[in-house]
Ligand binder design. Structure first.
Ligand SMILES: Nc1ncnc2c1ncn2[C@@H]1O[C@H](COP(=O)(O)OP(=O)(O)O)[C@@H](O)[C@H]1O
Ligand SMILES: [Mg+2]
Length: 213
């Protein structure tokens, strides 16, 4: 896959307070880019605008020549998220939560369930497939959320602090998997305040008070 870049151009986001101030950055295909900054600096806001969940007040975000904002907050199918609050459906099982992402993209039930099971196994939680997500620990939920983002093999992966609840060995697994997604040509962006993740990334940008440093 020769992927396109995700291009953030002169983005301002000002729902009231100025949260993103003239942000321009290109997230290249085939690379892991960290967005580093302290809590409250605007990392989640930047990923949300970049991925088309919220509209920029000014400026544009484009992927493969088309805006990521589609007018309604529904992300394009090319873009997969690991959301900071996990975005899982609490009453569904871990496997169903992963399978949903595939079914939303037209994959049939049986195939979706098989692929969901394999994705859970990659993160060593295959045995939790039948458990309701609301019964899981924070770290287990986080791995379900990562599995769901990975299973669709999207060309753009936006991960918001995807290892914040994980111990070192599980964090290493997640980083390794994200690295392999970049190796197959995906745009991979990881928001983080962890210097170890910044070091592990190919490149990084820093954000503070809504401005890139
Ligand atoms: N819709 C909003 N209206 C006003 N302030 C917001 C809104 N969303 C986020 N914020 C504020 O914007 C700042 C950046 O938040 P966020 O992007 O979540 O930072 P980070 O992910 O780096 O911790 C914080 O001060 C937060 O409280
Ligand atoms: Mg955040």
């Amino acid at each position: 896959m020769t992927g396109a870049h995700l291009v953030v151009d002169a983005v301002r986001y000002q729902p009231g307070p100025l949260l993103l101030d003239d942000v321009s950055v290109t997230f290249p295909a085939g690379q892991v880019t960290a967005v580093a900054g302290p809590s409250g600096s605007g990392k989640t806001t930047l990923l949300s605008v970049a991925g088309g969940l919220i509209a920029p007040t000014a400026g544009t975000v484009t992927y493969d020549g088309a805006p990521t904002w589609r007018g309604n907050g529904d992300p394009r199918p090319e873009i997969a998220f690991v959301l900071q609050v996990y975005g899982l459906v609490p009453i569904l099982s871990a496997r169903e939560n992963v399978a949903i992402a595939l079914r939303a993209r037209g994959v049939g039930w049986v195939d979706a369930n098989d692929r969901a099971e394999a994705a859970l196994a990659r993160f060593d939680i295959a045995d939790l497939g039948d458990r309701q997500v609301e019964e899981l620990s924070g770290g287990q939920m986080q791995r379900v959320a990562v599995a769901r983002a990975l299973v669709v093999e999207a060309p753009v992966l936006l991960a918001d602090e995807p290892t914040s609840e994980l111990d070192q060995s599980n964090a290493d697994v997640v980083l390794d998997v994200l690295r392999r997604e970049a190796d197959r040509g995906a745009v991979v962006v990881i928001a983080t305040h962890d210097p170890a993740i910044v070091d592990a990334a190919d490149d990084h940008v820093t954000i503070d008070e809504g401005r890139l440093g």
